[in-house]
Design a protein around this ligand. Structure first.
Ligand code: PMP
Length: 380
């Protein structure tokens, strides 16, 4: 099997899996319980949270555990919208967001908020002039993903923050950092709120995190009991939290070495795929090498993906959460509907081997020839 869909999700590392199993077996108490077993679980959460806070360079009370980045995004956007409604109802988002951000914005619009999309330039970066122009006194939130999930475009959050705060010091800045964590260096201090998900960094599925700067107020979107978190009441997921902290520590190691290696694999694939007639490489100089997006000429991406499956090769469409739809990001950058509706995403890991890439390229060639000639027969 050749797995090249690492941006959709990653396999768990043995260390993260070991922690998950051990903690599930040995820490049975509910951290909200008053007895010793509860206390033991509570202590474990506290030490995992301390480790995470040190790795992200934040305070422990700035961390909220969630079920994943979808929930973190909801908690951030809805939480800010409800908390700061008296200040204004205007929200700005980039054109390269994950579908979950747009779904939340649709909901916010349905209850009276005004959401505007920011333009991007030909390289996929936020158009700074457009941002300045769209900022208003009643803008309560701007949300920009650190790394776009479709083309891997990395936005300069520090610069974007400066513009936002200069135009309106009270506007909050959120970033969905899900696709950046474990791939590129991150600084949550560029933003006021940040979303993460651990299944993207070889950790368990079903756990994410929201960083919320201490001074930011959020209206809870989940209500319940429990002495733990106000924003996320209920029984904390002790094994998931412990395993998440292990996966974060590992994910942040050797970032540069891993990226250099992945860059070489990316270059090799781009070089070969560029030689095929009609294939378009959806990559700008701000794309990180872990995510490689291409458009296929006259071949349905689903058909292509299933044909590769026959060789036990697994790649993705634009994002796993929007399979089969037009890629919003590719459309925003290239303004070409056909190009944006025929994308596939090849996502690489430091676990990917040169041999896997060679075999992928070989099978890609076979599938491309077969489906390409079928497509041209259909056309004639
Ligand atoms: N944001 C981004 C940028 C993502 O890539 C994903 C996963 N496709 C999500 C949010 C959703 O994450 P989760 O599956 O943890 O809810």
């Amino acid at each position: 099997m050749i797995y090249l869909d690492y941006s959709a999700t990653t396999p768990m590392s043995m260390d993260a899996l070991d922690t998950l199993l051990k903690v599930s077996k040995d820490f049975i108490g509910n951290p909200n319980s008053l007895h010793r077993l509860g206390g033991k679980s509570k202590e474990l959460i506290e030490s995992a949270t301390k480790q995470i806070s040190e790795l992200l360079k934040v305070k422990t009370n700035e961390i909220v555990y969630t079920s994943g980045a979808t929930e973190s995004n909801n908690m951030a956007l809805l939480g800010v919208a409800f908390a700061y409604r008296n200040r204004g109802n205007h929200i700005l988002v980039s054109s390269l967001e994950h579908p979950s951000i747009y779904a939340i914005c649709d909901y916010l619009e349905s209850i009276g908020f005004e959401v505007e999309k920011l333009k991007c330039n030909q390289e996929g970066l936020i158009d700074f002039e457009d941002l300045k122009h769209k900022m208003r006194p009643e803008t309560i939130l701007v949300s920009v993903a650190l790394v776009n999930s479709e083309m891997g475009i990395r936005e300069p959050l520090k610069m974007i923050r400066q513009i936002i705060k200069k135009e309106n010091a009270t506007t909050l800045f959120h970033s969905d950092m899900t696709q950046g964590l474990g791939k590129v260096p991150i600084s949550v201090h560029d933003v006021d709120l940040a979303s993460f998900s651990f299944h993207k960094i070889y950790g368990p599925k079903g756990i994410g995190l929201l960083y919320k700067q201490e001074k930011v107020t959020l209206v809870p979107i989940i209500h319940g009991s429990g002495k733990g978190s106000v924003l996320r009441p209920g029984t904390p997921a002790v094994p998931l939290i412990a395993s998440a902290s292990k996966s974060l520590r590992l994910a942040l190691q050797d970032l540069e070495r891993k990226e250099d290696f992945i860059e070489k694999l990316n270059e090799k694939i781009v070089k070969e795929l560029s030689s095929y007639e009609g294939i378009l490489i959806n990559q700008t100089k701000y794309s990180i090498p872990h995510i490689l997006n291409i458009s296929l000429p006259n071949i349905k991406p689903e058909t292509f993906i299933h044909a590769l499956e026959d060789y036990e090769i697994y790649v993705g469409t634009n994002t796993a959460c929007a399979s089969g739809e037009v890629s919003e990001g590719v459309l925003a950058v290239y303004e070409d509907e056909k190009r944006a509706s025929s994308t596939i995403r090849i996502s690489l890991s430091y676990l990917t081997t040169t041999d896997e890439v060679n075999r992928f390229l070989h099978c890609f060639g076979l599938v491309f020839k077969r489906l390409g000639s079928l497509a041209s027969k259909e056309k004639n």
